[in-house]
Structure formats: C-alpha cells, structure tokens
Design a protein around this ligand. Structure first.
Ligand code: NAP
Length: 249
C-alpha cells in the first residue's frame, strides 16, 4: 500500500520541476494524478513519463476557464479529488525601477490569481478530509535582490491560506503552504537573467544556503507528500520552508 493509494491528486505546474517531481512521487505512492501546465507538448511528455497513473490538461492558470475545465474533468473522470497542489508559478528577477505593468501582471496573474481561482473552483470537488497545498517561496519573507513583485505575489497566497484554513475547517480540509528556497529546476532558465549569467546565479544561491547547495525538486516533493498524506493529518495552516536553512541567514 502506498501512502496515497486510492487518492486523486491534481497538481498545477505538474509538467516541470517541483510539480513534476511531486506528481511522480504521488503516483509512485499510489495516487492517480492529474497534472496541469501551460505548454501542451510539455504536459503530454510529462504524462508519458509519469505512466498510467497520470493524465494531463494544458491551460493557463490565470484563465478561469482552465480551472473550470479541470474541475469538469475531475468531476467526470473521478467524481471527486483528495488533494489539490496549486504549484504553478513564475518569476522575473528585476529591480522595481525596471518592472513594467506587463511584468507585474504576469507574476500576479500566475502566482496569485491562478492560485485563488484554482482553489475556488476545485474546493467544491475535494472530498471531506482532503488537502490543499499552495507553493509559495521563502522570498515572501526573506528579502532577495530583484524579487519585490514576486515576493508580493507569493505573500498574498500565504494570506489566502490562513483564511482558507478556517473557511474549510468544517469539511476537515487541511490547507498548508510549502515555501521552497532556491531549488534546482527549469525555473532557473526563466528568471530573466542572461543565459551566460545563470550558473553565476546558481553559485551565488548555493553560497547563501547554509547547506551549501540548492535544493532538489525531489526534496520538495517529499515535503509535499508529508503535508498531503495521512502523516500530516493534524497539520493545517503551516508554512513549511524547505530551504537548507537560507531563511535564517
Ligand atoms: N525553483 C525555485 O528555486 C523556487 C523557489 C521558490 C519557489 N518556487 C516556486 O515553486 C513553484 C514551481 O516552480 P519550479 O521551480 O518547479 O519551476 P518550473 O520548473 O519552471 O515549473 C513551473 C511550472 O508552473 C507552470 N506555470 C507557470 N506559469 C503558469 C501559468 N500561467 N499557467 C499554467 N502553468 C504555469 C509551468 O508550466 P509551463 O512549463 O508549461 O510553462 C511549469 O509547469 C513555482 O510556484 C515557483 O514560484 C520555486
């Protein structure tokens, strides 16, 4: 018996990085996983790699129609779901002086609006006793160069989580937050820094982390499993940093 046998888990951003590692671990623990990502080709490739436990849907989490499609699919195929991992998100590192309205909107649309409406549409389909996990970032609490807009977009979802804990308590749905520190995923190539500067960014991040290295997507997935499985059944409203200690520096 896996830790998630007979469970249905929906994971946004499940085609890449932390979301993909989480989908793989959850599937290995017996869950049926539905991954949602923006790029259809990448979603299809991920589903093929995850195997028969997985299905996928492509769509932008900023678009409410995506969440309506996901909810309709879950209702038709599974009836209900047990776990909703709202993990999709993106970042652009830049000083506030350089932020355009487009940059600002892109981060708040994916990281904040995408989470809010994902939970709004999925919560009615979650079984009583289910789990919601939101992926934030240690950047919401720790000041990091060029992270101002991203930090704001992630801080908002931590406030959402605190409110949802009480909104969903009568259905015993637990709501927790996972805050990765710098983690080695494809997001490094999407930061808006020049490709030749990426290894420098990674080395700088590793130097700031007490453990001396970046996190691995699989390490974040293990924490997600703990929070979403029976092992975490009395845990709600926590914001778990998985960061090699960087928050303390
Ligand atoms: N890696 C880190 O150092 C780190 C640190 C702190 C927090 N985080 C957070 O962890 C989460 C996962 O990031 P990751 O590192 O695994 O990065 P990643 O490999 O780039 O994965 C991000 C995922 O989110 C999806 N996504 C982004 N915007 C979307 C949108 N508007 N609609 C639908 N899907 C969207 C991407 O889909 P496509 O690939 O199809 O675009 C991708 O599947 C994010 O919320 C990120 O902010 C990461």
């Amino acid at each position: 018996m896996g830790k998630l046998s007979n469970k249905v888990a929906v994971i946004t951003g499940g085609n890449s990085g932390i979301g993909f590692a989480t989908a793989r671990l959850f599937a290995n623990e017996g869950a049926k996983v539905l991954i949602v990502g923006r790029r259809e080709g990448a979603v299809n490739e991920a589903v093929a790699a995850l195997g028969p436990q997985a299905t996928g849907l492509a769509g932008d989490v900023a678009d409410l129609a995506t969440h309506e499609r996901v909810a309709a699919y879950v209702a038709e195929r599974f009836g209900q779901a047990d776990i909703y991992v709202a993990n999709a998100g993106g970042i652009r590192i830049q000083p506030s002086s350089a932020v355009t309205a487009t940059d600002y909107d892109a981060q708040f649309l994916a990281n904040t609006r995408g989470i809010f409406f994902g939970v709004q549409k999925m919560a009615p389909l979650l079984r009583d006793g289910g789990a919601i996990l939101l992926t934030s970032s240690i950047a919401s609490r720790k000041v990091l160069d060029g992270h101002t807009v991203y930090a704001g977009s992630k801080a908002a979802i931590e406030a959402f989580a605190r409110n949802w804990v009480l909104e969903f308590k009568d259905r015993r749905i637990r709501v927790n937050v996972l805050s990765p520190g710098p983690t080695d995923t494809p997001i490094i190539g999407k930061l808006g820094v020049a490709p030749e500067a990426q290894s420098q960014v990674e080395e700088q991040a590793a130097r700031m982390i007490p453990f001396g290295r970046m996190g691995k997507a699989e390490e974040l997935a293990q924490a997600a499993l703990f929070l979403c499985s029976a092992e975490g059944q009395f845990i709600t409203g926590v914001n778990l940093a998985v960061d090699g200690g960087i928050t303390l520096t």
